[in-house]
Structure formats: C-alpha cells, structure tokens
Design a protein around this ligand. Sequence first.
Ligand code: COA
Length: 588
Amino acid sequence: MKILFLTTAFNGMAQRLWLELDRLNHLVAVQTDESVEEMERAVEDFQPDLIVAPYLKSKIPKSIWKKHLCLIVHPGIVGDRGASSLEWAILRGEEEWGVTILQAVEKMDAGPVWACRTFPLRAVSKAEIYRCEVTQAATAALLDALQKLESGTFRPLSANEFPAARKGKWNPKIRQKDLAFSWEDRTEDIYTKIRAADSAPGVLVQLNDKSYLAYGAQKEHSLKGKPGEILAQKDLAICVATADAAIWIRQLKSTEEQAIKLPAMLVLKELRERIPGVEEVSYREIDCRIEGEIAYLSFDFYNGAMSTGQCERLRHAFTQAKQNEKVKIIVLTGGRDFWSNGIHLNCIEAAENPADESWANIQAMDDLILEIIQSTDHYIISALRGNAGAGGVALALAADKVLARKGIVINPHTKNMGLYGSEYWTYLLPKRIGKEKALQFTEECLPWGTEIAKEIGLIDDCYGQTPEEFLTFVKQEAQKIAGLSWFDKLIKAKKFQRLRDERYKPLAKYREEELREMHRNFYENNRGYHEKRRAFVHKTAQIHLPENLYSKRRSIYRKRKWESVQYEEQSPCPDCSARPEHKTSKHL
Ligand code: COA
C-alpha cells in the first residue's frame, strides 16, 4: 500500500510506525504540516492509498480527508477527544488508558473508530508513557486497522456505537491553572501534576520568589522542611519540601524568553553554596544493584542526555562495580525512558563557551566508552529499555551483548547535528555491521527498529513489550551467561579479541581520528554544529527528514544477509578455534 504520513514532527512515534509499516513492505512517505498547501501538494504528488497522522497537532484539511481515507492516532481511549488526553488521564488518576485509531472527519477526534488498544497507566511522566505504552499500543492498533482495511469488509463504528465498557469524553486543552499547586499540598498531588506536564509544557512553580517551569519529579520521603524550602541538592537536582515530605525536581526552565530546560542547579546557580548536598536519599540518577555475580547499573539521565559530569559519575560507578570481587557480569540498563542520546546539548548550549564544553563532554563520553571496551575481565551487557540516539548508540555497542526492548527506536547518527561523531563509533559500528552499512547509517540518518537491527547484527536480541517484561528477560540472559560452564573461556576469548583488534588498530588511533574531526566541528563549525544545536535546543529547527526514506533503507536491508564482519588479520581464537570474524557474543 502507498501510505502518506501527515505529521507535525518525525518524532519517536512517527518513526516507530514508519518502521513497522516499512517492514511490512508498505511504501511510506512522510509530510510535515507546515502549511495546508504543502500537505495538499504531497497528497497530489504521492497519490496515497491511505493517509495516517501519527502525531499531528493541526487539523487535516477538509480538501484531503473528503477525498482520502485518513486515520488519526489519538492517545486516548474510545470517545476521548481533545489535545490534552494524556495530561487529563494522569491528572484524573486513570488506572487504564489507551490509543484509538480514528477516521478524520469535520469534528476533531470525533470520527469512526477503526481500532483501539488499552494499557495500564503507570505513575510516570507523560512523555515516558507516550514513548513506551502509547507507542506500543498505537503500533498494534494501526496494524489492526490496516488489516481491517485490507479485508475490504470492515465498517468502522462511531464512538457512540462502540461496545467499550468505559468511554472517554471531550477535554479542553490543558492550561497552567489546571496544573497549579502549592508547596503546602501533599507530595503525591504535586508529583501527579508535574508528571502530567512533563516533558511539556512543565508546571509553573515558585522557588525563592521566582517563577520557573519544573520537570522530572521524584518523591522523597526521608527529608522534611518548611513547604517550598529547597532542602537539598544532589547531582544538580533540587529537593523541595512539601506538606508531608519532599519532592525532587530534576530540571527547571526559567520563564525568561529564550530560556531552555536545564538541570535545576544550573538554573539556580546563585544558590549553589547555600543548598546542602546530600547522598543518602532515595533519589539516584545512577544506581548499581548487585545480585549474586551480576551488577545491574542503571543511569536514568533526563531525556537520555549525558553531560560531562554525568559521564564521569557513570564511569566512576562502572569502575566501582568492576572492583567488586563477586561481580562477573555488568548489565548496563540505561534509563527507563531513554537508554542514552549522547552528549548533553542543553548543558552545552548554556555553557559560557559551548565549543569548550562540547569538547569536555565528548572526552568524558569517550573515557566512559573506553572504560567499557577495555573491561576484559568482565562480560558486559547493554540492556536498552528505551530509545537510543547518536553517541548513545555507540555507548550500547561498547558491550559484549546488546539487548533491546522490542519496539524501541535506534538512531545511530550525528550528521543531522553537524557532527562527525566520536564515542569510538568508527571501531564499534563496523565491527557489528560492516564498514559499508556503518557508513550508510551515519550518512543517511535513518531510524532503525529492533527487528531489523537484530537481523543486520546491530543488536543481538530484542524482547518484551514492556520495560518489566524486558528486564525479566535480561536477568534470565545474564544469569544464563554467568552460569555457563565455559564462562572463563568466554572471557579469555574476549581478551584475545580485544588484543587482536588493538594490534590491528589501537583504540587511541580511532579516538584521535574521530576527535580530529570533532575538533573541527566544535572549533571551526565546519558542519554548522553550533547553529544546528541551537535550533534543536530552542526547538526552532525545521525537522530534517532524509529524502526518500523508503528507497534508502531498502538499499541497506536488501543486502543484509548476514554479511560477516571484515577483519584484515586472520588468526583463530585460542579457545574455540573460531575464525576471527566471530564476535564474542556470538559464542553463546
Ligand atoms: N541533549 C539534550 N537534550 C536532548 C538530547 C541531547 N543529546 N537528545 C534528545 N534531547 C531531548 C529533546 O530536546 C527533547 O526534549 P523535551 O521533550 O524535554 O523538550 C527530548 O530529549 C526528546 O527528544 P526528541 O527529539 O523529542 O525525541 P525523538 O524521539 O523525536 O528523537 C533523537 C530522538 C535522538 C533522534 C533526537 O532527540 C536527537 O537527534 N537528539 C540529539 C542527538 C545528538 O545529536 N546528540 C549529540 C551527539 S552525541
């Protein structure tokens, strides 16, 4: 089928649906909603069999929906209408929520229902629900709608005729007054309001008699104080007293024009000396749990962005896990929402000298990845619970085994940001998928789904629809590896492989070559990095869509047939006599 996406942005949701339809051999083109004329022209040029709106903030023009079947992905249960579905569902404390695939008609979100799915509503931020449950449910529902369409006999029902036990209703667009709270309120109520508006628009709060937008709330029960008082700071987050306990705020945005979202203590710089630092509290950005011989190291960085300090702290936590004598395997579980999106572009933007901060950040990221690659006494697993982008993908590939939750989206490129990229990608990416594909990946800036990523060898396996199902699988895998009678041989083979790779080309050389390019990107701005970063951070960028997504991707995975990794030196592994093209993870 020829399917046209009309979307406000080619965001994670649009990318995921595009990947799923592309995998089913549909020909999918993408058009953004900058103007009615452009949308009409795209429809005229492409002549689609179906139009899908995965994430559309504007209305589909009547001239289009009158002539073509248009299906809208609505993040709400059947009958729910309006632009703030998830926000209201969180504020009302719904236990179950859903996604409905509606046909576009004159009245917003009031068209016939083609398919729907429901899911339990977790107590996490709106953005996390959107990127996980809503995206999973939208995928299932859209594929269901497509099957019904292909059957040729399906007649969609209006929401009123729909036999759902519970139905939603029209809700107005959320305003700050719907989200407003006082620090005298209970922690639970404040927590609900902040997460309902996270990642946008944020909730207006008063701190030290000034207004800010707050994001990234976490409850704290061990600290108490006068409501509204900033009690403590940790890892640049602040803890504010409430009526019955306290709450951590990870990110703030000043209300001044041009302000950007930043770690809270960077916004409240002038209070740095006055707010006490704490360690023994429930809030942890980085957390290491040791279960027998396995260390599970999570790093829940807001938006998956990793600043210089966060990279350094994570490297420290990683080396500490290695020093534990019992630990044989380290599982890197990233964040719940994102695995990692590479260096922290907002912190860089806010720095006095963005070029210097970019340089410091990439060095810290490289140091972290080097530490992982050189961990030849341990077996390392990357477990991607959420989407991964840019240098965050290289971070995952530094491990011996890469596992991902089914359905996450992987964007292994930095060209869009005006960067050549470092993070040892010139070593790690070709090692997994071959030089040719690695180059194509980085040049063509395409998103990848987990099924295809597995087929082409970018990741080793994917499992589970929910983060919980995925972590259960990861634990089983880690335990299986720890229990292998030949675990010691596996480690020996890993050491051998690393030595051989080092002899072929030292890691220092890869780093030097990559950083030479990055130095030019940062200090000569030869690819427009500073303008691109500014536009990304301030959200003024016109989204960049790779031209002809479909044919470019086809050309990669038409050739995917398990091409072996090309090594120039050919010597067998001492333990298993495998040829050098094996990867240690493939021993399993
Ligand atoms: N630094 C700071 N913030 C980042 C970030 C980064 N590296 N990557 C993503 N974010 C933020 C976005 O600004 C957005 O913030 P908000 O929702 O709080 O306003 C949030 O994370 C989600 O990102 P978004 O772009 O909306 O998600 P997506 O699913 O549409 O796209 C990416 C995902 C990874 C393709 C896209 O975010 C991206 O290109 N990020 C930059 C990656 C990069 O170039 N890193 C530097 C080189 S290593």
